[in-house]
Design a protein around this ligand. Structure first.
Ligand code: NAD
Length: 327
């Protein structure tokens, strides 16, 4: 099908390119797009993602995997209705280990995807991040807040790459490409790699192993977590609604990192001690999205409670441990 305008939620028959398809969010997104009737081309260079994240799609005729780098020009044959651009290292440990690759994915990768969207007449959705708000001076963060990012701190390779990516997307939008910008806040769920240092899988794996839960700083910093199924639903609604300005996608239940560690330890039935390590540079003190716009434009708000989402994630992690497949 060509030039599917995606004006409704109907993705049936649409052809969608997902970059970063083998990653945590990307793999869940591909599955949901296919369940919605789309055919999906997943592009990924497997730098931080894993082929096994896509094992549910093995043999799926509506799915094609392209092993490739988004920073290089990629010929995608045939029509495309949408590009969902998620490719980028996203966990702090990953983007600090891959600083230049992160800058390139946000900059060159987004320029390439904007050009491809223009050529194909496809809608471009950018997976941006709450990190564009930096260590915010406004709370909660609405899309109108311009942020407080340290442009030369170690995290800036990610934060500024995403800010640049938003600028590229907005410019493409001013020149005729149909665009969308999702500012995703902390998302968690099955398939996050414990090796990537993000809080939820790290705490779960530490608790299951009876090892100390390591908290950065004193644990009074807050985060608002969103279960991956809710994030994916928000991304798909945004793709199909035709709204161009940035939209926050995130959970609104704010919790301190210390409370989260206790909750996970309790859910795991673990007696692990809690220990404290140095806070990384420019770690945000508070994070909570204002999702008024998402509710108004997309009719979206998270449906999965933190306790329920953590229980699902824990069940998945336990299966991984049993299968000896912990990454
Ligand atoms: P992830 O690391 O699991 O997935 C990213 C994927 O992109 C990986 O599969 C990786 O191999 C791929 N990739 C990286 N550079 C690439 C390149 N140059 N070419 C092709 N593929 C490349 O991370 P994630 O948590 O799934 O995040 C996905 C997207 O969502 C990212 O853009 C991230 O910035 C955004 N996001 C995620 C969160 C979150 O909490 N998970 C929050 C805000 C924003």
């Amino acid at each position: 099908m060509t030039s599917h305008d995606l004006a409704s939620r109907d993705l049936d028959g649409a052809r969608v390119l997902v970059t970063g398809a083998a990653g945590f969010v990307g793999s869940h997104l591909c599955e949901q797009l296919i369940r919605s009737g789309a055919s999906v081309i997943g592009l990924d260079n497997l730098s931080t993602g894993r082929r096994q994240n896509l094992c549910a799609l093995t043999g799926e005729r509506s799915f094609t995997f392209l092993d490739g780098d988004v920073t290089l020009p990629h010929p995608v044959h045939g029509p495309l209705d949408a590009i969902m651009h998620l490719a980028s290292p996203a966990a702090p440990r990953d983007y600090l280990a891959l600083p230049v690759a992160t800058l390139r994915a946000g900059a060159l990768g987004t320029l390439n995807m904007a050009e491809l969207a223009r050529q194909k007449g496809a809608r471009l959705l950018l997976a941006s991040t709450s990190e564009v708000y930096g260590d915010p001076l406004e709370h909660p963060q609405a899309e109108s807040y311009l942020g407080n990012v340290n442009p030369i701190g170690p995290r800036s390779v990610y934060d500024e790459a995403k800010r640049f990516a938003e600028a590229v997307t907005a410019q493409a939008g001013r020149t005729g490409v149909r665009t969308a910008i999702a500012r995703i806040f902390n998302t968690y769920g099955p398939r996050m790699s414990g090796a990537d240092s993000r809080m939820v899988p790290t705490f779960i794996r530490q608790a299951l192993a009876g090892a100390p839960l390591t908290i950065a700083g004193d644990g009074t910093q807050t985060r608002s977590l969103c279960y991956v199924d809710d994030t994916v639903e928000g991304l798909i609604r945004l793709l199909t609604c035709g709204f161009a300005d940035p939209v926050n996608i995130g959970g609104t239940h704010e919790i301190t990192v210390l409370e989260l560690a206790h909750l996970i330890r309790d859910l795991c039935g673990s007696r692990s001690p809690i220990t404290f390590v140095d806070l990384p540079a420019d770690d945000p003190r508070r994070r909570r999205p204002d999702i008024t716009r998402a509710a108004r434009v997309l009719g979206w708000e998270p449906q999965v409670s933190l306790r329920e989402g953590l229980a699902r994630t824990l069940a998945w992690e336990r299966r991984q441990v049993t299968a000896g497949a912990v990454a």
